[in-house]
Design a binder for this molecule. Sequence first.
Ligand SMILES: Nc1ncnc2c1ncn2[C@@H]1O[C@H](COP(=O)(O)OP(=O)(O)OP(=O)(O)O)[C@@H](O)[C@H]1O
Length: 258
Amino acid sequence: MPSTDEDLAIQTTELRKAYGSEVAVDSLSLAIESGTVYGFLGPNGAGKTTTMRLLTGLTQPSSGSVRIRGVDVDDRRSLAPHVGYLPETPPLYEEFSAREQLEYVADLRDIPQNVARERIAEYLDRFDLTDDADKRIDAYSKGMQQKTAFIQSVLHDPDVLFLDEPTSGLDPRAARTIRESITDFADTGTTVFLSTHILPVVEAVADAVGVLFDGRLVAEGTPADVQARAETGESGSLEDAFLAVTSEPDAVATSERE
Ligand SMILES: Nc1ncnc2c1ncn2[C@@H]1O[C@H](COP(=O)(O)OP(=O)(O)OP(=O)(O)O)[C@@H](O)[C@H]1O
């Protein structure tokens, strides 16, 4: 059954972003249904972070449009309660402890204090941060900061979650906790837009994959579809497919349009 606009958590139409003569994102049309975990892949400089910033309204497009849950992305007041974003460089107050940071974000998000305290305690425990929760963030390792940043992006239970390299700097246990959290969110209907270079993470959690190359979407579908279309053979991994479609973008883009 064709999806209607209301079923779409993320919809972009002919999205384009240029910085001077440099076109970072071009002709990007996405239609991502609610509850999907969408793995967004692409080599360095392909335009993934720019896309994330467009999808979260932090950057204005040169042309094209973005709708989140059917609402124009510029309507930030309506969307803020529903959207979570873990950027590449997360904003954390280094002089705060993780607990203070999370309580501060909970307050900004209007989460009632008793609910916030309970939720924060659960997440700190889940991410093995309880013992360090009252230390200043500037004394944290990169991984501890990343875990704190992940928690702050999901504290308000968003319907649409944007994650830019969420497992960056994390040890295997913490990375697994993030993967499990993504799956748990998806099970409760959250849409997760996940940008990462770590293909096994995408293979483990994504229902759909989009591959960006030079600002354009060169392949899209289920991980199995993308592998099949890249003609990497039955034993081909997502990595093989990624390498194939990001070296011959024209061929795949053409087959996508047929
Ligand atoms: N603020 C900016 N001003 C000028 N050019 C920019 C700006 N932001 C991004 N670009 C350019 O846009 C292109 C896409 O960059 P972007 O950071 O979106 O890529 P990416 O896929 O996230 O890369 P990586 O995987 O390395 O993080 C690059 O050529 C980059 O130099």
